[in-house]
Design a binder for this molecule. Structure first.
Ligand code: 6PG
Length: 484
């Protein structure tokens, strides 16, 4: 068998199939393999009919078809299946060959797998692939990390199939070593959770606060999609609100209000906890999905605490504008937090992340693609070492322009009993981060009072710790001072 294929893809679920078809469109010869081999035959007889795509019924056959260094991309479920395939591939591949994992793997697994595969003399890439079915087929955003030596071999394929921004730059570039690619994809997903929650809160406010119908909200989202909120998620929300069920009524009203999740948002929050970075908005977005999943409890509590009905009296246009500004300001906070997290992770794992480059990778192809990400790219072009997005002149001005209406919207929601955890945590973070003095002085006093945990003083240099015998009955000995 002549080795003529450029890359193999294992896993013929929708993402795998669409990536293969995309690679084929760009002139690459791809071998398709699936554990259940009937899927290979099915794919070749249907979606891949009339293309140059090859099929393999065994890993040995797949390997024999590949040019060297062999490139094998796994598009299988994250977790155990990835480890199992790596083990099998190590048995049939040779040193210098490249294993690529394109699933939503946990970055710590990718760090471990990169080390393991490299220890066997092969190269490894863990890559984020975003954009759903359509993105995989027409141009996803691709975020690869792992063994740097693998990148030149994979780059021509990945950059060819990736989405492109207006000037033709591909939404794919090398992210960094080890788990960097999957970390950036995980953060992307966390931000995706945040964006979705913000849109849902705006919808909730318009629906229950302003009494608007799906058709009316469709018009609002249509308008929002022409300005600074122009993005894929606003666009699909516009279309979702217009969609009718078979009986002609809005389909959105028929969908059960319990959200699912596959774990990437949760991982983002866990990682932020490990690093002490307050990504409060993403955390609230994850918890909001958890609250939504408690449907039975909510039904009971709703009976126990019936909300009083308040009629909306006010200028609807003005309120819609205010909600739009609250959403925009909250979104700025969410991305500020997401970038703070990536900065901390880069330090922790010694990655050299290119923050403007990440914004560019997210600018097209992925689920959070938006005009907004172009502004983030501009901010990092202005100041590559920018350590807080809020301090960039563009975003500073934008927040200042929104803050009045942001407060007005959060107050209205609180008064009406409409939950807006993401809008309000964003505002609380903003008020916290811009407070030179917070009440943590009192908190430190409390810790020292009950546990002799010590405190620093405003009139002494940082790093000097003091203990007070608050009651007169405590001892002289303080507990050791450390911060996790
Ligand atoms: C993407 C999406 C994709 C997937 C999410 C869904 O970037 O294309 O993020 O990776 O749809 O993992 O996540 P939940 O099921 O957790 O909402």
């Amino acid at each position: 068998m002549e080795p003529r294929a450029d890359i193999a893809v294992i896993g013929l679920a929708v993402m795998g199939q669409n990536l293969i078809l995309n690679m084929n469109d760009h002139g690459f010869t791809v071998v398709a393999y699936n554990r259940t081999t009937s899927k290979v035959d099915d794919f070749l007889a249907n979606e891949a009919k009339g293309t140059n795509i090859l099929g393999a019924r065994s890993l040995a056959e797949m390997v024999a078809l590949l040019k060297k260094p062999r490139r094998v991309m796994l598009m299988v479920k994250a977790g155990k299946p990835v480890d199992e395939f790596i083990e099998q591939l190590l048995g049939v591949l040779e040193p210098g060959d490249i294993i690529i994992d394109g699933g939503n793997s946990l970055f710590e697994d990718t760090i471990r797998r990169t080390q393991y595969v490299e220890s066997k003399g092969l190269l490894y890439i863990g890559t984020g692939v975003s954009g759903g079915e359509e993105g995989a087929r027409r141009g996803p955003s691709i975020m690869p990390g792992g063994s740097p030596a693998a990148w030149p071999h994979v780059k021509p394929i990945f950059q060819a199939i990736a989405a492109k921004v207006a000037d033709g730059t591909p939404c794919c570039d090398w992210v960094g070593e080890g788990g960097a690619g999957h970390y950036v994809k995980m953060t992307h997903n966390g931000i995706e959770y945040g964006d979705m929650q913000l849109i849902c809160e705006a919808y909730h406010l318009m629906k229950d606060g302003l009494g608007m119908t799906p058709d009316e909200m469709h018009e609002v989202f249509k308008e929002w999609n022409t300005g600074e909120l122009d993005s894929y998620l606003i666009e699909i929300t516009r279309d979702i609100l217009a969609k009718k069920d078979d009986d002609g009524t809005p389909l959105v009203d028929k969908i059960l209000d319990t959200a699912g999740q596959k774990g990437t948002g949760k991982w983002t929050v866990i990682s932020s906890q490990e690093m002490g970075i307050p990504i409060t908005l993403i955390a609230e977005a994850v918890y909001s999905r958890c609250v939504s999943a408690l449907k039975d409890q909510r039904v009971k509590a709703a009976k126990a605490f019936k909300p009083g009905k308040t009629r909306f009296a006010g200028d609807r246009r003005e309120w819609v504008h205010a909600i739009r500004q609250a959403l925009y300001a909250s979104k700025i906070i969410s991305y500020t937090q997401g970038y703070m997290l990536m900065r901390a992770a880069a330090q922790q794992y010694s990655w050299h992340l290119n923050y403007g480059g990440i914004a560019l990778m997210w600018r097209g192809g992925c689920i959070i693609r938006s005009v907004f990400l172009g502004e983030i790219k501009n901010a990092f072009d202005r100041k590559p070492k920018l350590d807080n997005l809020l301090l960039d002149p563009f975003f500073k001005k934008a927040i200042k322009g929104c803050v009045r209406n942001w407060r007005k919207v959060v107050s209205m929601a609180v008064r009406k009993g409409i939950p807006v955890p993401a809008f309000s945590t964003a505002l609380a973070f903003f008020d916290g981060i811009r407070s030179e003095r917070l009440p943590a002085n009192l908190l430190q006093a409390q810790r020292d009072y009950f546990g002799a945990h010590t405190y620093e003083r405003v009139d002494k240099p940082r790093g000097e710790f003091f203990h007070t015998n608050w009651t007169g009955t405590g001892g002289r000995v303080a507990s050791s001072t450390y911060t996790v």
